[in-house]
Design a protein around this ligand. Structure first.
Ligand code: MD6
Ligand code: FE
Length: 217
């Protein structure tokens, strides 16, 4: 390699960033499906509007949520669970759009989880100031299966800790189009999102939408 080649290589964005065993950021991976993803988010929100759920302890979450797919994640005074019915409408959640399915399956395969097929998509809507406190995802039946997480809209600072709540926490900036896949040894790592800073995105305005795909049932 010449010095010019090395310089060129150093300027080329690295598209896949390992985040430790079992976790990876695929930078910009969702951009190929940007238009159908945004259209599908709007269609889901029209059928099953974003709402602020209440934690089992009675606190209103600052992130607004809705779901698509056969199972949807819900929280209320009784606890956290997956439910096939939207409690606000009494109807099933909207189906998983083809663009969602294509993206989740392709991202999981690229990150080393071929054959992953989700049955649940949780849509999270953040506004400036919204945050998600450090937690583990453990409401799914098979904790051997990965989660695919898609970031759209304004940037966020993701917090990625270890297997114990008190372990050191990494900060990972996530922007529109980034996809994080985690499973295996990373599946029960604590994580959260810092309060969002005010910002503007040309397609989504002052908000961030995060899609998390799981096989819950
Ligand atoms: C978010 N994500 O990025 C929140 N959980 O808005 C999560 O809580 C999450 O990104 C499990 C796996 C991936 C995630
Ligand atoms: Fe989570």
């Amino acid at each position: 390699m010449t010095t010019a080649d090395l310089f060129a290589a150093s300027q080329t964005p690295r598209r896949d960033e390992p985040l430790g065993d079992g976790a990876m950021v695929l930078r910009g991976f969702a951009l190929a499906e940007e238009a159908p993803l945004l259209q599908a988010v709007a269609a889901i929100a029209a059928q099953a509007p974003f709402r602020h759920l209440v934690t089992p302890g009675g606190l209103r979450m600052s992130v607004a949520m809705t779901n698509a797919g056969p199972l949807g994640w819900v929280s209320d005074h009784r606890g956290y669970r997956y439910d096939p019915i939207d409690p606000d409408s009494g109807r099933p959640w909207p189906p998983l759009p083809p663009a969602f399915m294509r993206l989740a399956v392709a991202a999981a395969a690229r990150a080393g989880f071929p054959g992953f097929v989700p049955d649940a998509c949780l849509l999270n809507r953040y506004e400036p100031g919204s945050r998600l406190s450090l937690h583990q995802d453990r409401d799914e039946r098979d904790l051997g299966l990965p989660i695919v997480s898609v970031s759209l809209g304004i940037p966020a600072m993701f917090r990625f800790g270890g297997l114990r709540r008190t372990d050191p926490v990494q900060r990972v900036p996530l922007v529109h189009g980034d996809v994080v896949v985690w499973g295996g040894a990373a599946r029960l790592r604590f994580h959260g999102v810092l309060p969002l800073k005010p910002n503007h995105h040309e397609a989504l305005g002052e908000c961030r939408i995060n899609l998390t795909f799981r096989k819950a049932g």
